[in-house]
Design a protein. Structure first.
Length: 756
């Protein structure tokens, strides 16, 4: 025999994933390998001669680079002598300035950094992120790619991503030779959506550098850095060559981030028995030593490897924090697909989303997941509304804002038309009208016709090898009337000459003001300090396009009968013969005309009466004025019924069968989920009430249960009940009702339209 519960559990998305026990000998340990070295340092004449158990003569090239360039030897003796737990407490303590933490960490070796982190739980690390991130204002980065490498769709998607507030937009190429066209489409589209958005095309480093020199990109994060010498050798690199490459980018005003992440050395087979966190600490120290202003880390494309082990998500948070402790900008991962489980995905995200990082994702998929050429993507365009609501729920700036459909369609069309003009001027295969129409409304590349890929690649290669630069792009846009887009791209080039956005954690706002660790330094020191979501930004984040004004709901409820159809004929009497009383609430068939499920009150009442009369009993209708509570409506009706049996009905459709000798909150049958009650069920309710009145057996009426009803309709329930409660007259006695025979009823209000 098998447990059916275990069978169901095995089928859950979480169990599609791989979970393993640690194997530290090959690097399959996240944070605490028995082979990790103990922290120590020895300095002679200002030079490090021993570090983390290794003498200088035995340093590999990563250790030598770190010893020469990453550790402040003036601070190191004090830092290494300070207990790890004390430094951990400094990180969490709101009374210790960020600068004091940066100073002492500047003297820490890789093993010391790991020792500090190992003293901290997840909550404490999140507090560390809030305090230690470089830039005060959090932001977000988007991925914009597509399988067909369609430039029109790339431009449209980039424009939408920029409009939504992404501060950086990144593309790549499935076929490397497409890179120039992809970079161009991204540049034009992003600057159409919002001035100042930084863009990159993630391809091989020499090509990426050339695109930057031509002015088609403004940042790069494709500079991979490795934790072990063997991994560097396999990558045909050294820390010094990476430093040279970073300097080459900076010389042309191109912002750079290095890329590393937990699990990469183990994946490459070069973990040297060390834990993932220890090796990532080495990578991050090498990153700082090379002069990079920031790091894209958070395990990135290796994420499933650490997540297969204990501490798998905690180690990602830990490496983000170490990068911040070293004073660098952090693009915090949350980009590559990390889980089949939405619960696990969201839990992982919250570790960076709640405290905030410089870039909460290093690539939110602003396109459909099948079009994400960065490996699927953790979040995609179908989850934008979820992200918006999370920001609104928690009053957190997650880096994007809601936008309405009309604005999106307009900016997408303008971006594609701008790119069309550039292509025409540069002799690139044209974008025709059908392609524009398709790109404007497209969900993904399946909505786009195939282009001549050979012709596109030929044009892309000509663009890369020829003398065309961003100046030609600017001129083409200006001649075609897209002067604002041309001006934005020109300003991007001016800012590169100025060089201020090479500062750590730099982004632009829409007015090209640089927000960085220098101009917008994180000043979090506990409650009332640091970045606070308020003012215009908070208004924009909470303004969901689907949010509706609840004040207008009452007017929708009241739109109803042209003439009254429930007529009061006088005070309700106490019955003396077998009957069933149908007791309705104060606003039933009056100021409210339909149930929560959209059924007309007139039809509901007719179904109840038909059920009663079908068993040979008369029905009498009364209105209860003194309460809007369903139980008390039914109880009051039962006191008036000759049989002692009544049906109580609220305006929203909730119904009860009551008996006069029961307590008000007791009953014979309760039908609480009004949206799930149809007219056939109301007829059955009438029949059962009559059977109770006749003292005949009555089997309880089955009603479909839907656990999502409250989730979907609790606001409408609240507003409808509020409307009915406003009609309560505490001192007014029940009244007899007569149903008029002629009545023009209003059409039902569908659930989906209730808040429109």
């Amino acid at each position: 025999m098998r447990s059916k519960r275990f069978e169901r559990l095995e089928a859950r998305p979480i169990n599609k994933e791989t979970f393993i026990t640690p194997w530290p000998e090959v690097g399959l340990a996240t944070m605490q390998s028995p082979y990790d070295p103990a922290p120590d340092i020895e300095i002679r004449d200002g030079a490090i001669v021993r570090m983390d158990g290794v003498a200088a003569a035995d340093f590999d090239l990563v250790e030598r680079f770190i010893a020469l360039h990453a550790i402040d030897t003036r601070v190191a003796p004090r830092a290494m002598a300070t207990p790890a737990v004390e430094i951990a407490r400094m990180i969490v303590d709101i009374n210790v300035p960020r600068g004091a933490v940066l100073e002492i960490v500047s003297g820490c070796t890789p093993a010391k950094l790991v020792a500090v982190i190992n003293e901290m739980n997840v909550l404490e690390m999140m507090m560390g992120l809030a305090k230690m991130r470089a830039r005060r204002t959090p932001a977000n980065q988007a991925h914009v790619t597509n399988r067909k490498e369609n430039p029109a769709l790339l431009a449209a998607d980039a424009a939408e991503a920029a409009l939504r507030g992404f501060a950086e937009v990144e593309t790549t190429a499935a076929v490397a030779r497409y890179a120039p066209l992809n970079a161009l489409a991204l540049l034009v589209g992003s600057q159409t959506g919002r001035p100042g958005v930084l863009t990159q095309c993630a391809v091989e480093e020499a090509t990426n550098l050339k695109l930057g020199f031509k002015g088609l990109t403004s940042y790069s994060e494709t500079l991979s850095v490795y934790a072990t010498e063997r991994a560097f050798v396999d990558g045909d690199d050294t820390p010094w060559s990476k430093s040279f490459l970073a300097a080459a980018y900076a010389s042309r005003g191109i912002k750079t981030r290095f890329t590393s992440g937990a699990g990469a050395p183990a994946l490459m087979g070069h973990a040297q028995q060390r834990s993932m966190l220890y090796l990532e600490a080495r990578s991050l120290l090498a990153t700082r030593a090379a002069g990079s202003q920031g790091s894209q880390n958070g395990s990135i494309s290796c994420i499933a490897l650490p997540e297969s082990l204990p501490d798998g998500v905690r180690v990602v948070l830990a490496e983000n924090l170490i990068a911040m402790l070293l004073g660098m900008e952090v693009a915090a991962g949350n980009d590559a697909l990390s889980s089949h489980s939405d619960i696990r995905k969201a839990a992982k995200l919250m570790l960076q989303f709640i405290p905030g990082t410089d870039f909460i994702t290093s690539g939110y998929g602003a396109i459909a997941r099948p079009d994400n050429m960065f490996g699927g993507g953790n979040f995609d365009v179908t989850e934008l509304d979820d992200w918006h609501v999370l920001q609104r729920d928690l009053r957190i700036d997650g880096g994007i804002v809601p936008v309405d459909e009309a604005r999106v369609l307009a900016v997408r069309e303008r971006a594609v038309r701008a790119l069309q003009a550039v292509f025409a001027a540069l002799g690139v295969p044209p974008i025709d009208g059908d392609e524009i129409d398709a790109a404007v409304g497209a969900f993904d590349s399946d909505d786009m016709a195939d282009r001549d890929r050979v012709a596109d690649i030929t044009a892309a290669q000509r663009l890369l090898d020829g003398e065309t630069t961003v100046v030609d792009v600017i001129a083409a846009l200006d001649r075609a009337g897209f002067r604002d887009v041309a001006a934005s791209i020109l300003e991007m080039q001016r800012q590169r000459v100025i060089g201020d956005y090479l500062q750590p954690a730099a982004i632009f706002d829409a007015d090209f003001h640089v927000l960085s660790a220098l101009t917008d330094a994180n000043d979090y020191r506990g409650p009332g300090t640091g970045y606070r979501l308020d003012g215009a930004r908070w208004k924009a984040i909470q303004d969901l396009p689907r949010a509706w004004d609840p004040r207008q709901y009452g007017a929708r409820l009241a739109r109803g009968a042209a003439t009254p159809w429930l007529i009061e004929t006088g005070p309700a009497r106490t019955g003396t013969r077998p009957e069933v009383v149908v007791a309705v609430g104060p606003s039933f068939g009056a100021s409210i005309e339909h149930t929560l499920g959209g059924l007309a009150h007139e039809d509901v009442l007719a179904a109840l009466v038909a059920g009663i009369e079908g068993e040979g009993l008369p029905a009498r209708i009364v209105r209860i004025h003194h309460t809007s509570d369903c139980a008390f409506i039914g109880h009051a009706g039962a006191q008036l019924a000759g049989s002692g049996i009544a049906i109580g009905v609220q305006a929203k459709g909730t119904t009860v069968i009551h008996r006069h000798d029961l307590l008000p909150l007791d009953n014979l049958e309760l039908f609480a989920q009004a949206p799930n009650i149809d007219l056939a069920t109301y007829r059955d309710i009438g029949r059962n009430a009559a059977l109770h009145a006749l003292h005949k057996p009555a089997a309880p009426i089955p009603v479909r249960s839907d656990n999502t009803v409250r989730l979907r309709l609790i606001v409408q329930t609240t507003l409808m009940h509020l409307k009915e409660t406003e009609c309560v007259e505490r001192d007014r006695a029940p009244a007899e009702l007569h149903v008029a025979t002629t009545h023009a009823a209003a059409p039902p209000v569908a659930d989906s339209a209730v808040g429109a």
